[in-house]
Design a protein around this ligand. Structure first.
Ligand code: FAD
Ligand code: MLT
Ligand code: ZN
Length: 453
């Protein structure tokens, strides 16, 4: 059932952003209440769409005055149920805070509204002779504000680090109504607490990010992509470790298994590119042609069953396509549990085998799909054939991760999906400190009450 909104609160929201941007019709708001996986579905009395920082501040003021909870929402591509109104919150959509506001080509900084899709940031960086260091398959829908709020990782972390490494500063409205304005920050600046850094990865629980200033990376136009076949995940891990040492220009090292390759091929109506238990997709990017160095490094590896090389754009895209389509292909199997975890390198190979065994034992009928960012020790364990609210597989997978000294969230965040596990990962003192920070930034508890803590 959709929760109601008191007439005075509705009128105040209309005052804040204009009647055209307070959406209450359930048919119109339907896309905002269910997450990308279909596992998390909520209800909202209204979706509000502010256009400026001041309008965001006005919405936060209304929320405080009327005790309304808010869920900030960007592209709604988040995978941990954090972007949808599970407790009947008002959705604050950043769709109208979109646009690249400035590119400082001399310093290599770019400023954009929080609702700008990641792909537009990448295009603007490229047009200025730079590149943006983060890339995800959801680039056309995921917003830069959502990326900062989740500290998104993606396909290039092995080269450039996650979103946090690209962040110079943000503009945001905290739950107190106070403004953080770090958009004018310089590359070097150690003036007190890093409030922008704190907002990065806070998943909408401390403030609403309205704009971001990002550090760009040099464009590296010469690229080679190689798809390699291996007999096991352990063999692939060993090879990726060697490639990282041999190739300073390594930009990505991703992996998926044979079952995932078959699933994607069925979905795309094609055949798997590589016929081996594990495929590793490697991209190397440099200012001069890296082909010879790549050939030498690959030639020195042990256990390589197949090699496919692509240098031109369309063939590179063809080698990337199966990896980039896995998420979509798994979604066609049905609602699924997504467990995004990282492990020490020496645990990865064994974990991939053991997790499948334990899930199969705990939930007969469940199917495990594993792929991920091997260069960062980050595996995505997806499980289908389980009811959305049955947490058994989550407990099995995350329990094994903690046993093996891993992290229960490598890049997607805690959201609502992993809330129960945060204390087990971080401990009581860290949790108490997080609660204190949250209370200082959002004393009325209006921001994302179903998320994180
Ligand atoms: P949303 O989903 O709308 O929100 C995510 C969280 O951020 C929520 O808690 C929300 O409240 C909060 N939030 C959003 N905007 C703001 C704001 N302006 N201010 C404050 N809080 C805000 N993630 C990765 O890390 N790596 C990947 O490789 C990757 N690949 C993906 C591939 C696909 C096909 C899909 C569907 C998702 C993928 N994701 C990946 C997950 C997702 O794209 C990222 O988490 C992304 O950063 C979310 O951005 P968004 O704009 O969609 O945020
Ligand atoms: C990916 O690496 O493709 C994403 O994180 C999405 C996912 O985990 O499904
Ligand atoms: Zn990922």
């Amino acid at each position: 059932m959709t929760p109601g909104l008191a007439p005075a609160a509705l009128a105040a929201l209309v005052d804040a952003v204009g009647a055209d941007h307070v959406l209450t019709d359930a048919e119109v708001t339907a896309g905002h209440v269910v997450d990308w996986t279909g596992r998390f579905r909520g209800a909202t009395p209204a979706v509000v769409r502010p256009r400026t920082h001041d309008e965001v501040a006005a919405v936060v003021a209304v929320a405080r005055a009327h005790q309304l909870a808010i869920v900030p929402q960007g592209g709604n591509t988040g995978l941990v149920g954090g972007s949808v109104p599970l407790a009947g919150e008002v959705v604050l959509s950043t769709a109208r805070l979109a646009g690249v506001l400035a590119v400082d080509a001399a310093s290599g900084h770019l400023t954009a509204g929080a609702g700008t899709p990641l792909a537009r940031v990448q295009d603007a960086a490229r047009a200025a002779g730079w590149a943006y260091g983060v890339d995800l398959a959801a680039r056309d829908s995921a917003t830069i504000g959502g990326n900062v709020a989740t500290n998104a990782g993606g396909l290039r972390v092995v080269a450039h680090g996650p979103t946090r490494a690209q962040l110079v500063g943000v503009a945001a409205v905290l739950g107190t109504g106070a403004t953080v304005d770090d958009l004018g920050r310089l590359e070097k600046d150690v003036t007190g607490y890093d409030l922008s850094g704190l907002l990065c990865g806070s998943e909408g629980t401390l403030g609403v990010i309205t704009a971001v200033r990002l550090r760009l990376v040099p464009a590296r136009p010469e690229r080679v992509v190689v798809a390699l076949g291996f007999g096991s995940m352990a063999g692939a891990v060993e090879a990726v470790g060697r490639l990282r040492r041999a190739l300073p220009d390594l930009e990505a090292a991703e992996a998926y298994g044979a079952a995932e390759a078959e699933l994607v091929a069925g979905h795309l109506g094609s055949v798997p590119v590589v016929d081996a238990p594990v495929t590793v997709v490697v991209e190397v990017a440099a200012s001069t042609d890296p082909t010879d160095g790549v050939a030498e490094a690959v030639g020195a590896l042990d256990g390589v069953l197949e090699v496919h090389v692509a240098a031109d754009g369309p063939r590179r895209a063809a080698l990337w396509r199966p990896r980039e389509t896995i998420t979509e292909a798994i979604a066609t199997v049905g609602p699924h549990h997504k467990l995004d975890v990282s492990l020490p390198a020496d645990e990865l190979g064994d974990f991939a085998v053991e997790v499948e065994r334990r899930v199969g034992e705990a939930v007969p009928g469940a199917r495990t799909w594993i792929f991920g960012h091997l260069g960062d020790g980050n595996l995505h364990v997806n499980v289908t054939g389980v009811e959305p609210d049955d947490a058994t597989v989550d407990d099995v997978v995350l329990g094994l991760v903690l046993e093996r000294r891993g992290s229960i969230s490598a890049e997607h965040g805690i959201g609502t999906a992993k809330r129960a596990w945060l204390g087990r990962q971080r401990g009581d003192d860290a949790l108490a400190t997080m609660r204190a920070i949250r209370a200082a930034c959002d004393p009325d508890g209006i921001l994302n009450p179903a998320v994180l803590l």
